[in-house]
Design a protein around this ligand. Structure first.
Ligand code: THU
Length: 132
């Protein structure tokens, strides 16, 4: 979670000013980081979770344990107010492609308290590769 918090400062967020950081843990203990990368078209924006996952997949990783996600709203220059960061629906589905039901999604509340969910809790009755 500390890595995810730090990654918020790498975000490219000129439109929303909403900074998201992610840290993805592989089954072998490596960590891949991500941040949100916005686009002037808005629709081409990439969330922090998908940045981390796509970085890992593109390096050949296929097995994952957990992802920590942190967010912050800008306050003043260089300061962030920590705000909760549940993953969006598209990111839940992309995680679902590569991760099992017990994959851990580590979130924080606005006080920074950690809460751990499983993928199956955040995306029940989901559609995945084995449904095809
Ligand atoms: N965002 C993420 O990076 N992850 C999420 O799961 C929720 C939304 C980003 C996308 C956009 O850059 C900003 O937060 C506001 O929606």
């Amino acid at each position: 979670m500390q890595t995810a918090m730090d990654m918020r400062y790498k975000s490219y967020v000129p439109y929303s000013h909403f900074h998201v950081g992610a840290a993805l843990l592989t089954n072998e203990g490596y960590v891949y980081t991500g941040c949100n990368i916005e686009n002037s078209s808005y629709g081409a924006t990439n969330c922090a979770e998908r940045t981390a996952l796509f970085k890992a997949i593109s390096e050949g990783e296929r097995e994952f344990e957990a992802i920590a996600i942190a967010a912050g709203r800008e306050e003043g220059i260089g300061d962030l107010i920590t705000v909760p960061a549940p993953p969006c629906g598209i990111c839940r589905q992309v995680i679902r492609e590569f991760c099992g039901p017990d994959f851990k999604i580590v979130l924080h509340d606005k006080e920074g308290n950690i809460k751990v969910y499983t993928l199956s809790e955040l995306l029940p009755e989901s559609f995945g590769p084995e449904n095809l």
